[in-house]
Design a protein around this ligand. Structure first.
Ligand SMILES: [Zn+2]
Ligand SMILES: [Zn+2]
Length: 308
């Protein structure tokens, strides 16, 4: 990661400060599921009234939600155009949670979506918008060789000073499976650790170098990622035994979600000129993700997807 890329990550983090907050992600998901009323959001996510009020206000301030009066002093909270453009990320997050968190007995997400265009069950597929091939992590060029630790340290330090620490924030009334995706993406250090892993970082000392993170925080995040089976620990040397952290399939499949969030942030906050782009190797073009229906191979948008 060069400094520029780090700044891009910082920008992603900026967007995520609003939408990546664990509660905000839950609210957004419920908005895509059709919730519009305060009470409905509250019941769906088990969020407290005060927290819900704050998060709704933040999402309105960011222009992701809009408030519309349906009676005197009564409001619907609906997705704005900007909010609706988060559909791809939400869809991928829904798919990821359905695939990887199914074993939870009280799983509350709708199990199926329908693609209105072809009337088949929707299996969303993230494809390259240039060559239409499915996105695979091993076909993305992420220039790890451009890593410059000292630049990063500077960038990271200025970045982290402004951040509030979320490490102690624990969900209260949220079902574990519900919290999974927002846990991973909604926590700054977990997300940056994950991004490093996407860039090919495997060893503890390299994470430390690239993230310039306190050892206890790094250990905690790596342990958490291993616990939720996003990373796995494997020995790369014996005598003395040394371990590295490798992405599992579950971890690799988070890539398109993170990248599609990144795409949204870059577009909405107009930072495209600053970035060094990850490239899609099969076509050599900068990575642009589009969601299509696996069955009919046409785009899946808010208009033509329904929750069954
Ligand atoms: Zn391509
Ligand atoms: Zn279709």
């Amino acid at each position: 990661m060069t400094q520029q890329q780090l700044m891009v990550n910082a920008t992603i983090a900026h967007g995520l400060d609003v939408i990546g907050d664990r509660w905000a992600l839950l609210i957004l998901r419920d908005a895509f599921l059709g919730c519009t009323r305060f009470e409905a959001f509250r019941q769906q996510s088990g969020i407290s009234k005060a927290t819900l009020t704050r998060r709704l206000d933040a999402l309105i301030a960011e222009g992701v939600l809009q408030k519309k009066a349906y009676a005197a002093n009564r409001y619907d909270y609906v997705l704005s155009q900007k909010g609706k453009r988060l559909f791809a990320s939400s869809l991928l997050a829904w798919q990821w949670e359905n695939q990887w968190c199914k074993q939870e007995p009280t799983y509350p997400l709708p199990p199926k979506l329908e693609h209105v265009n072809c009337q088949h069950t929707l299996e969303p597929e993230a494809v390259c918008s240039h060559c239409n091939l499915p996105i695979k992590l091993n076909q993305i060029q992420l220039p790890l060789q451009a890593l410059n630790a000292s630049q990063q340290i500077d960038a990271m330090q200025s970045l982290t000073k402004q951040r509030r620490v979320r490490s102690t924030e624990k969900p209260v009334a949220v079902n574990e499976s519900l919290a999974t995706i927002s846990d991973l993406i909604g926590d700054r250090w977990t997300l940056l650790t994950l991004i490093c892993a996407f860039f090919g970082v495997k060893r503890y000392d390299d994470f430390l170098l690239h993230l310039h993170i306190a050892t206890n925080i790094l250990t905690q995040r790596l342990n958490h990622l291993v616990e939720v089976k996003v990373l796995e620990r494997k020995p790369y040397q014996e005598n003395p035994v040394r371990m590295e952290y490798l992405l599992t399939e579950k971890g690799r499949s988070l890539f398109t979600i993170v990248m599609s969030l990144r795409q949204w942030v870059c577009m909405e906050y107009q930072v495209t000129s600053e970035l060094i782009e990850p490239a899609h190797k099969p076509c050599g073009r900068p990575l642009r993700i589009e969601i299509q229906c696996k069955h009919c191979k046409t785009a899946a948008t808010t208009k033509d997807v329904t929750f069954l």
